[in-house]
Design a protein around this ligand. Structure first.
Ligand code: ZN
Ligand code: ZN
Ligand code: ZN
Length: 419
């Protein structure tokens, strides 16, 4: 994708470097420190970490209920010094190791709501609310006026968040200062002191798109948002509102792939996803920490790692449940072959053949039937020996007009390209 290509020869592959309920005990940053070197060798260019600030629940929290943004495992509050994942110095050490390996690190930014405040009298709500935050870091203390409702207005323009008392008000100047505007704001401190390179914004549908736009204006960095919706046009218009540079996770493609691969109708892949209309702003994925519905994952990974969009691999799939060798071949194909625009050459219920038209490009043949399949197609390759870089089918040779007989294994795929 365009803005991630700056200074980089390859298009890039992200790893979501956690899953829900990773082991407790403050060891996760150290676990990842051992992984980033091997991942970089296989072609991983970016990792996305879980929210690393101290949260309600302390050392048990997965980070999605933030309390003190400036406590990354350094202050004794909420029952522990370390977070579930480790200490601030272990986090910095992980990020340093990632940088040495050439990997950029995305922070998970949870700024729609807060959790764990104390009770105080709220003059606007005219009752007691859990809106008093006195963080041990001493930075960004909050009261009811930093949440909704307040003296400015009763709510923000996002969807209802389900956090009535602690839905952060980004319109408050002091909230903007603390979160992204000041030189020692959360955003700039995460970048300059902790070492993060980019941002993954949680639940961007629940607050104004201008927040992300303004954050990037002040803090810079690449960004991807979580807008959980199956409509690609809804995502497309949010990207416009957020300034056009930020990407979104491709939930529309995720649901299309579920229908295509599990529902056994590959026609669902035609014009599927945000990636079909805005490939440079689509982060494609097969599973994540809170949604894991696609059963035929090897076909879905073959799809996202050969198509346009910026693919994100889920830690658990790569490290625990899937054939790592097969995924590594697809990552290599993504970095070396998957160039240019996409043309679908053939599709029906159980066969899908698409070509990437760049140089060298590729032809992906997905077969979701129980037998080997074969088809004669017209490709861009003229009089060329084509090799299946997924290593399932035999080499084939195209004729002078580009016609070639291709093969794909049962419930599998082949990825042909030239040497
Ligand atoms: Zn507000
Ligand atoms: Zn909100
Ligand atoms: Zn499914």
């Amino acid at each position: 994708m365009l803005f991630l290509l700056v200074g980089r020869a390859s298009a890039g592959v992200m790893m979501q470097a956690f899953y829900w309920d990773v082991p407790m005990g403050g060891t996760w940053w150290d676990t990842l420190s051992q992984k980033v070197g091997p991942w970089a060798e296989k072609g991983i260019t970016d990792i996305w970490l879980p929210p690393s600030q101290k949260s309600q629940g302390g050392a048990r929290s997965m980070g999605y209920n933030p309390y003190d943004y400036f406590d990354q495992g350094k202050y004794d509050q909420l029952g522990s010094i370390e977070t579930r994942f480790g200490s601030e110095s272990e986090l910095k050490s992980l990020i340093h190791k990632a940088h040495q390996a050439g990997i950029k690190v995305f922070a998970d930014i949870v700024i729609n709501h807060n959790s764990g405040g104390d009770l105080e009298y709220n003059q606007v709500a005219a009752k007691n609310t859990w809106t008093k935050f006195e963080p041990a870091s001493g930075k960004f203390p909050r009261t009811a006026m930093d949440f909704h409702p307040n003296l400015l207005h009763s709510q923000d323009e996002g969807k209802v968040s389900g956090y009535e008392q602690t839905d952060v008000c980004h319109e408050q100047p002091r909230v903007q200062d603390w979160l992204w505007k000041k030189s020692d704001s959360y955003a700039q401190w995460m970048k300059n002191t902790i070492g993060y390179d980019g941002w993954r914004f949680q639940a961007v549908d629940k607050y104004g798109a201008w927040v992300v736009k303004d954050w990037l204006l002040y803090a810079g960095g690449n960004a991807v948002g979580e807008y959980w919706d199956s409509n690609k046009w809804t995502l497309n218009s949010w990207i416009d509102k957020a300034g056009g540079k930020v990407s979104l996770f491709d939930f529309p493609l995720y649901y299309a792939m579920d229908n295509a691969f599990d529902g056994n109708n590959l026609m669902h892949l035609v014009d599927a996803g945000l990636v079909s209309i805005r490939p440079n702003n689509a982060v494609t994925f097969v599973a994540n920490h809170d949604s894991d519905e696609i059963f035929n994952k090897h076909l879905a990974y073959a799809y996202i790692l050969t198509h346009q969009g910026y693919p994100c691999i889920f830690y658990r799939d790569y490290e625990e449940t899937m054939d790592k060798n097969a995924l590594n071949k697809l990552i290599s194909i993504h970095e070396k072959k998957a160039k240019g625009s996409t043309s679908i050459l053939f599709v029906d219920n159980d066969e899908y053949i698409a070509q990437r038209n760049g140089d060298p490009g590729l032809i992906i043949y997905i077969n979701n039937s129980a037998q080997w399949k074969s088809r004669l197609i017209k490709s861009k390759y003229k009089s060329t020996r084509l090799h299946d870089f997924a290593e399932y089918a035999k080499d084939v040779v195209s004729d002078s007009r580009g016609e070639v007989q291709l093969w794909a294994p049962p419930h599998g795929y082949s990825v042909y390209s030239r040497y």
